[in-house]
Every structure is written in C-alpha cells, then in structure tokens.
Unconditional design. Structure first.
Length: 262
C-alpha cells in the first residue's frame, strides 16, 4: 500500500429509531442486556434510598433470561439490593409453575433460588386460580399501599415485545386492551396466543416510575419500523399503548432490531 492510500472506516451501526421515549442502541444483544441490568441496579439503589424498598416487575420469555442469569453470577451486580426488593410478574400463562412455559417458574429458578430475596417479597401470579386477576390486584394494592400516596407504584417494569407488537400479555385486538379500571386481568379469546393469560394492564404499567422495553434480534426490526413510521393504534400494536404518566420509558435495542430494511 502506498503512502497515499487510506482506509475508509464504515460505521455499521444503524440510525437510532425515533421511538416514543428514550432509546439506548447497543451493538448487540449482549450489550443491550448490560444496559438493562445497569439501569435496574441504579433504579433499585435509588428507590431503596428514597423509600426503603424497590418494586421490580419482570417479564418471562427467552430474551431476558440471560440477563437474569447474569445478575446472579456477575460480580458487577453484587450490590443489587435483593433483600429490599419486591419481585412482581408482568404476566403469566394459565399453567402450573412447574410447566416449562410458566414465566414465574423460569424466574423463580433463575432468581429466587439464587438470591437472598425474602420469599414474602416474591409475588407470583397464581394464574390457574379462577380469581387470579382479582387476587393479584388486591396484593398489588395492599403491598404498594404501604408507600406514601403518589409513590405507591411499581418502580421498574421490564417489558418485551413480540413480532406482532404485543407486550406483557396484551395482544393485538384482545379484550385486555380495553381494560381501564383494573390493575390486572385475564386475557382470553381467539386473538390471544394459547394458553389463556393473566396480565398487568395499561393503567398499572403506565403508572410505573420507569418502564424498559428490551427488544433485540432481526425478527423485531419490521415491527420497530412500523412503530416509527406507521399510524396503527395500540389496538393493532399494543406496545404503542405504553405511555407512562410521569414516568420514564426507555427502549433497549440492538443493531439488528434497529436496522431497516433487514
């Protein structure tokens, strides 16, 4: 190569999508998980200082499981205040906890059995019970009610997003999308991917202090593009109904999910 030759450095990172809220764009899924974990620990420590406890709502599924495992074994998460944390479940399938598709079953195995979180501060959804939604709402109101008025809300909610734009167990065109007077409800019917679900509702989610949406992988890119450029309503793309009332909303994307066209 002669002295006059130069290298052209190409930036392979896509443009950050203009989504509602803040967007943290990482090079890959691994970095996105680190960003989520750092924010959870930061929020936890701040809430423990301010209120004495931290209310964390987690989603199931394959995407966040590596994060939960990392939080148990990585020394950088050693100061996560699990003993002051209340653990809630964003949504649950109507299956026993021992079932492979139970969100709580996975989270219990990954976190509850390997941290020092007190069992009394773990709040599963007993989705197989006929009054599971009412019981969960009552538990949420009772436990959060110990907080001062205005601070009686979830501190950090971690959501995912399906290829169809659903989040929690709020599916396109499903009955739970219209629920405005409940904190949790059953979601059933032909528009819900079986089995039936119990899910947190928009009123509870949107009241949270901080909402994070972890969306990674090339299969999510088309939906991210639709959210940015389309005019569909939350009935068609349920994650568009996540609009915090006085809280923060942060998307955690990797390059694959943000790159369009695929």
């Amino acid at each position: 190569m002669s002295d006059g030759d130069t290298y052209e450095i190409l930036d392979d990172m896509p443009e950050t999508p203009r989504l509602p809220g803040q967007v943290v764009l990482s090079e890959d899924a691994d970095q996105a998980l680190d960003a989520v974990g750092a924010d959870i620990v930061s929020q936890a420590k701040a809430c423990v200082r301010a209120f004495g406890d931290f209310h964390l709502a987690l989603s199931g599924g394959s995407t966040p499981m590596p994060l939960y495992q990392r939080m148990m074994i990585d020394p950088s998460y050693r100061d996560m205040p699990w003993r002051r944390t209340h653990l809630w479940i964003v949504d649950e399938r109507c299956v026993p906890f021992e079932h492979e598709k139970s969100n709580f079953g996975q989270i219990r195995e990954m976190i509850c059995e390997h941290s020092d979180i007190p069992p009394s501060q773990v709040h599963p959804i007993h989705a197989c019970e006929p009054d599971a939604d009412a019981r969960y709402e009552a538990e949420l109101r009772e436990v959060l009610g110990w907080r001062e008025k205005g601070h009686d809300r979830l501190d950090y909610v971690l959501l995912g997003m399906g290829d169809d734009g659903h989040t929690a167990s709020l599916f396109p065109h499903s009955p739970a999308l219209a629920v405005a007077d409940r904190l949790a409800c059953f979601n059933r019917g032909p528009s819900v991917t079986p089995p039936d679900r119990v899910t947190m509702t928009y009123p509870l989610l949107n009241a949270a202090r901080f909402i994070g949406a972890l969306v990674v992988g090339r299969k999510k890119a088309a939906m991210i593009h639709r959210i940015v450029n389309g005019i569909e309503t939350p009935r068609e793309i349920p994650i568009k109904g996540v609009v915090p009332l006085g809280g923060e909303f942060r998307w955690y994307l990797d390059a694959d999910s943000a790159r369009w066209p695929v």
